[in-house]
Design a protein around this ligand. Structure first.
Ligand code: FES
Ligand code: FES
Length: 167
């Protein structure tokens, strides 16, 4: 069954008619030509397709586009709307947080979402005391970023970049 939806992506509004079974990732890449989110595994295991919806990170391969009707979707490209890099993007450059770059847009969206979760005081499995604000240790960052795989193994630079971006 087809559905008519509106998606706001990186500040632009799009009206779409699509099969209601279309994932957000396929709607972005195949219908809108928004190629910043990457298709790695297509079933929720690699994090390459991570985008932000209303500021929260989600795996776009696991979300139906119809479920995001009317929502604000931000991709890694949308974090630098006028060519001005987001602090997380700058830190990835400074710390060699990527090699081939395939996982990088997802890593960057996930890092932005993770830093916001820390700011909100949300604990993770690595947080020592859930009653206190999570300290941004390397273990804390690694735990929060564990859903984003990098086959080039740029993990050390990625964690350093996130540490720096956190300030
Ligand atoms: S493509 Fe979505 S998690 Fe791998
Ligand atoms: S930089 Fe190549 S997969 Fe991460």
């Amino acid at each position: 069954m087809d559905a008519e939806i509106t998606l706001r992506v990186d500040g632009a509004t799009h009206q779409l008619t699509l099969d209601s079974r279309t994932t957000l990732l396929d709607a972005l890449r195949e219908r809108l030509g928004v190629t910043s989110p990457k298709k790695g595994c297509d079933h929720g295991q690699c994090g390459a397709c991570t985008v932000l919806v209303g500021g929260r990170r989600i795996l776009s391969c696991l979300s139906l586009a119809v479920a995001q009707n009317g929502n604000e979707v931000t991709t890694a490209a949308g974090l630098a709307p006028d060519g001005e890099l987001h602090p997380v993007q700058r830190a990835f450059l400074e710390h060699d947080g990527f090699q081939c770059g395939y996982c990088t847009p997802g890593q960057i969206c996930s890092a932005v979402g993770a830093l916001d979760e820390v700011k909100q005081g949300w604990p993770s499995h690595a947080t020592p005391a859930v009653s206190e604000r999570p300290p941004l240790t390397r273990a804390e960052i690694a735990e929060r970023m564990s859903g984003n795989l990098c086959r080039c193994a740029a993990y050390d630079g990625i964690v350093s970049a996130i540490e720096e971006a956190a300030g």
